[in-house]
Design a protein around this ligand. Structure first.
Ligand code: F6R
Length: 245
């Protein structure tokens, strides 16, 4: 695993954006696996700046996102499709037809999962998968479990995730209780994986995920088995990891 330790969030975001840029330049029609959450926002902002300067062209790029809430339409401002549009897609020249997020409005969960696996397969897999890291080691919505999920799955959100999300919705009833997520198997099939971490709140889970035992109780620990992983973080997030290597 290659580790890039930047002094702060801004510089970590620039490093991550550089790695994505290299991928887009080397293979113009590459398939990017994308994540939402607070961590990649700085990376996406940097990519937009370089696109505006004329340094990057996304016209042939394809993208496949990790996850989406079940039951939220694309125009709901809490949906991950909305997040991707507002934080990246609307500001670059990617063709939205080539951007994929699980269909949160598909009522048949099995079909939604099958369709998404087919989208990943028909694009020839993912060239570069971007991941954030949950405080409990989750990647995508793959929460700690007794086994690693292979393909796309529909997951029930934990009570703590539902209550944490409640602040973004008008009432508790509006908070999604389920989500679709790309499986660990699909993530592991990506040719290259970049995990971005920031802040001292992530320091302990970074150590457990990359130096601890490989177990579905810490889903990200499976990444230790992948041959091409890049970990990009700021000093705060990498503090515990750096102590132990
Ligand atoms: C987002 C996702 C999640 C986040 C993780 C970290 O698409 O799949 O696994 O990457 O929850 O979130 P932040 O970056 O907000 O700390």
């Amino acid at each position: 695993m290659r580790v890039y330790c930047a002094k702060d969030y801004y510089h970590a975001s620039r490093t991550a954006a550089n790695i994505i840029s290299a991928q887009v330049i080397m293979k113009q029609d590459c398939v990017l696996g994308l994540a939402t959450g607070s961590t990649p926002i700085g990376t996406y902002e940097q990519l937009i700046k370089w696109y505006e300067k004329g340094d990057l062209d996304f016209s042939k790029v394809r993208s496949i996102n990790l996850d989406e809430y079940r039951g939220l339409p694309a125009d709901n401002d809490q949906s991950y499709r909305y997040f991707m549009n507002t934080h990246l897609f609307d500001s670059i020249n990617i063709d939205k037809k080539n951007t994929f997020v699980p269909d949160g409005m598909e009522p048949d969960a099995e079909k939604a999962c099958r369709d998404y696996d087919e989208i990943i397969r028909s694009h020839g897999g993912i060239d570069l998968q971007i991941l954030g890291l949950g405080h409990n080691g989750h990647i995508g919505f793959n929460e700690p479990a007794s086994a690693f999920a292979k393909g796309t799955q529909c997951v029930k959100l934990t009570e703590s995730t539902i209550s944490a999300n409640a602040r973004f919705f008008e009432s508790m009833d509006d908070v999604p209780k389920e989500a679709y997520t790309m499986g660990i198997g699909s993530i592991m099939q990506a040719k290259k994986i970049m995990v971005i971490v920031s802040g001292e709140g992530k320091a302990e889970i970074v150590r457990r995920a990359f130096l601890g035992p490989i177990t579905p109780e810490v889903p990200a620990s499976v990444l230790q088995l992948h041959s091409d992983v890049i970990l990009v973080g700021d000093e705060a997030a990498l503090a515990e990891y750096n102590k132990d290597v």
